[in-house]
Ligand binder design. Structure first.
Ligand code: MOS
Length: 772
């Protein structure tokens, strides 16, 4: 039997883009050949570092007793704030924060203050991992302990009103029309408060750094990050080096979900440790350390007021969010953005309140803002439907936004109606019993729920290089990251498709600052920006080669006009007469070109260039150009069965239909939506990090006590995409699907639970105690 993965299942020269090809890195991953950032074990003299972290959340270090630790065999260095090599800049002041660029929070080992439990207080280096761990255990830290504040829920927490929340997406305040007056005048009013537990990302691969000083001023870092360029910038700035002196490599990533989107202290601490011992140093965070080292989704509470007419049309939306932040930043997910644009509503108001607590900073986590924001709006929409006796899908259609309500802009494309219709058909939504708590399967209560999803196409730029060889292979490069979801595969498809070569003749390289710059793989920008960069690089190859052909007396294209020649399936030919032309290899061989290189830039909104050209031809369309709101949309449908005696909830059926522009690979895209939906089901039913309110420490910082779904918790899932052509967003028309996959999921589950039981739970996760 043929057990080789078949990643070449289609006609190699026609229509590779979109094909459901198996991941080309799959074999390397399952055989262990794929090298992750903590697996560069052949570096000369590689040694191991571990972090010693603080057990207390607040206090001051008064001294260290390093005598026992230092005496252990193999110990090379015990670095604390007293002896660690100094940095040129740290994020601990505003100027440093600004220069470093990447969000990072506070850098420890810079002073004697302890700001959060889990804060590194020392980094211990030894010749083996076990010796470093043992020495760290023997290291004694004397601390003057103070009473910490654990969250906004503590009555002693002072709430403040940030002018700007620090996630780059929303202001602290948004107002559109007079929402207060509209709410007061609304015939139907709903006010509900939603609570969201702390969530941690928990990628399979923890944060990990291998730091190698190849010369006193030349550093290579193998880093588990979603962005090598962002890491390069933060490290070079802190070290006082030029970007060129710092190389960052990330060939494989075992998941990220946003926690690897920023820069975090363990990375630069490892680099400093390598400097101190003069040898390459490797550090991998432990699972418990993952709960205090790379951010989390913050504990938060949202109050949403909805004003509506008696026939269910929205007239007012007022959103207030309160969440916990760290002692040194103003981070909050911008939940209000999605609430402001999901439905047509003439008035809107949003405010944010923060409380400082003695905790590690929160950060981006899959669909930051959109995921919890959609929980509030999508539960409240169902409440409105229930109150007025309208079907949940129908109430959403009645409020369908034909333009972006938050800006008044036209959508670049929106296929949400098709998502609703196809999802409802696949799920059998029309057979839903309108009465809650009235459908049973034996003793189990059965509930059906649905929710809308949306995610923006974020502004993003990137570059790529394609080198085509006369012997019929190509190397294509972009310094992007593959989070594990298929970047290697889809970029190979785009390149192979454009070059007219089989998949196996393309080598796509990523994850290295020596390659052309690509954006951070975050905010769902990688698929669209990098594929557009690759596409443009391939077009550049053809343009250069066409110029060679038309000057070559031996070419059938000699003296043809450049604009009259096209490249199709690896052949240069006349547009008007495809028979007149030749293969690229013939042109290259005669010109003695062993290879030819093209460069491309993928740009957000670059589809506008075509649109602008069209508008120039049709002046009546002029106003449409340059004024589009770009978003993907989707809908989730969920069936749950609830045990009325135990309060347990099982998701028994799932349908997701999304419209996200061009889908580059139907198989990896489906996997991405399945993964995001499971992520959301975990958030809805299981995931919660519990912070002790007295000690400000997590009580369940491990994967035994922090519950995530297993295979047995998840049913067969049905995923479909609506074919959508968007001419505005980028050259490939790709919107991205990493984040939208979990938007609305927790609401769909909560709505199904409410339908099953007749009781609305507004606090995530929906655990049995809340259902009973
Ligand atoms: Mo995504 S939370 O921007 O990695």
């Amino acid at each position: 039997m043929d057990t080789e993965p078949k990643f070449f299942e289609t006609n190699p020269t026609a229509g590779l883009v979109g094909q459901p090809l198996t991941r080309i890195d799959g074999r390397a991953k399952v055989t262990g050949a794929a090298k992750y950032s903590a697996e560069y074990n052949n570096l000369p003299g590689l040694v191991h570092a571990v972090l010693k972290t603080s057990d207390v959340a607040k206090g001051r270090i008064t001294g260290f007793d390093i005598s026992a630790a230092q005496k252990q065999p193999g110990v090379l260095a015990i670095l604390t704030h007293q002896n660690i090599p100094k940095l040129a800049k740290t994020p601990n002041d505003d100027a440093g924060k600004k220069a470093i660029g990447a969000p990072m929070g506070f850098l420890p080992l810079t002073g004697d203050q302890i700001f959060y439990a889990g804060q590194p207080v020392a980094i211990v280096v030894a010749d083996t991992l076990e010796r470093a761990q043992y020495a760290a255990a023997l290291l004694k830290v004397q601390v003057q302990v103070e009473k910490p504040l654990a969250s906004y829920e503590d009555p002693k927490a002072k709430l403040f009103d940030p002018e700007k929340i620090q996630d780059g997406k929303a202001d602290g305040h948004t107002r559109r029309g007079d929402a207060q007056a509209a709410f007061a005048a609304a015939p139907v009013q709903l006010t509900h408060t939603y609570i969201h537990a702390i969530n941690h990302h928990n990628p399979m691969e923890p944060g990990a750094t291998t730091a190698h000083w190849e010369a006193p001023d030349r550093l290579t870092v193998y880093e588990s990050t979603q962005g090598v360029t962002r890491t390069q910038k933060s490290l070079s700035t802190m070290l006082g080096l030029s970007a060129e002196q710092v190389r960052v490599v990330t060939k494989y990533l075992g998941g990220g979900f946003g926690c690897k989107g920023a820069s975090w202290p363990h990375t630069v601490l490892t680099v400093q440790a390598a400097k101190a011992v003069g040898r390459p140093v490797k550090l991998a965070l432990t699972r418990p350390q993952m709960f205090t080292s790379m951010g989390h989704r913050e504990d938060q509470q949202q109050t949403l007021k909805i004003g509506a007419t008696k026939d269910g049309k929205l007239t007012a939306l007022i959103h207030e969010k309160t969440s916990t932040t760290s002692p040194w930043d103003n981070y909050a997910e911008s939940n209000s953005k999605i609430i402001n644009l999901l439905y047509e509503c003439p008035t809107f108001e949003a405010t944010y309140q923060l409380a400082r607590a003695d905790v590690m900073t929160s950060t981006f986590m899959r669909a930051p803002g959109e995921a919890p924001g959609s929980f509030a709006i999508e539960c409240s929409m169902d409440d409105l439907a229930e109150k007025l006796g309208i079907d949940p899908l129908e109430i959403r259609l009645r409020n369908y936004a034909e333009k972006d309500p938050s800006t008044g802009q036209q959508w670049s494309s929106k296929s949400l109606r098709q998502c609703y219709a196809r999802g409802a058909e696949l799920f059998g939504w029309s057979k839903r019993n309108p009465k809650a708590g009235a459908t049973r399967d034996g003793k189990l209560l059965v509930g059906w729920g649905m929710a809308t999803a949306s995610y923006p196409v974020h502004n993003s730029q990137g570059t790529a290089r394609a080198r085509l060889y006369a012997d019929g292979h190509a190397v294509v490069q972009s310094g992007a990251t593959d989070l594990g979801t298929g970047t290697y595969t889809v970029m190979t498809q785009v390149a192979a498709d454009g070059l007219g070569l089989p998949m196996e003749k393309i080598r796509f390289e990523l994850g290295d600052t020596r390659l052309p710059t690509a954006p951070n793989s975050g905010g769902s920008v990688a698929a669209g920006t990098v594929s557009s960069s690759v596409y443009m690089a391939v077009q550049d190859v053809w343009q250069k080669l066409i110029k060679v052909a038309v000057l070559d007396k031996k070419s059938p294209l000699y003296r043809a006009k450049i604009a009259d020649v096209e490249a199709k399936a690896g052949r240069l030919q006349l547009k008007t007469n495809p028979n007149k032309g030749e293969g690229f290899a013939d042109v290259m061989k005669r010109a003695d070109l062993s290879d030819i290189e093209g460069n491309g830039q993928g740009r957000y909104g670059s589809g506008y260039e075509d649109a602008q050209a069209a508008a120039n031809a049709d002046p009546s369309k002029k106003d449409e150009v340059g004024h589009h709101s770009m978003h993907s949309f989707g809908a989730h449908f969920c069936e749950v069965k609830v045990d009325p005696e135990l309060g347990t909830v099982r998701v028994t059926r799932w349908v997701s239909v999304h419209a996200a522009g061009r889908i580059l690979n139907a198989k990896t895209a489906r996997s991405q939506i399945i993964g995001g939906s499971i992520f959301g089901i975990g958030c809805a039913l299981m995931e919660a990090t519990v912070r002790d309110q007295n000690l400000a420490r997590y009580t369940n910082s491990n994967l035994a006590d922090y519950h995530i779904p297993t295979n047995a918790d998840i049913p067969e899932m049905t995923v479909e995409f609506i074919d959508e052509h968007d001419p505005y967003i980028n050259a490939m028309g790709v919107k991205g699907i990493g984040e939208i996959s979990m938007v609305g999921v927790s609401a769909a589950v909560a709505n199904a639970v409410a339908h099953a039981t007749g009781r609305r739970v507004r606090s995530l996760p929906i655990t049995p105690d809340k259902v009973l």
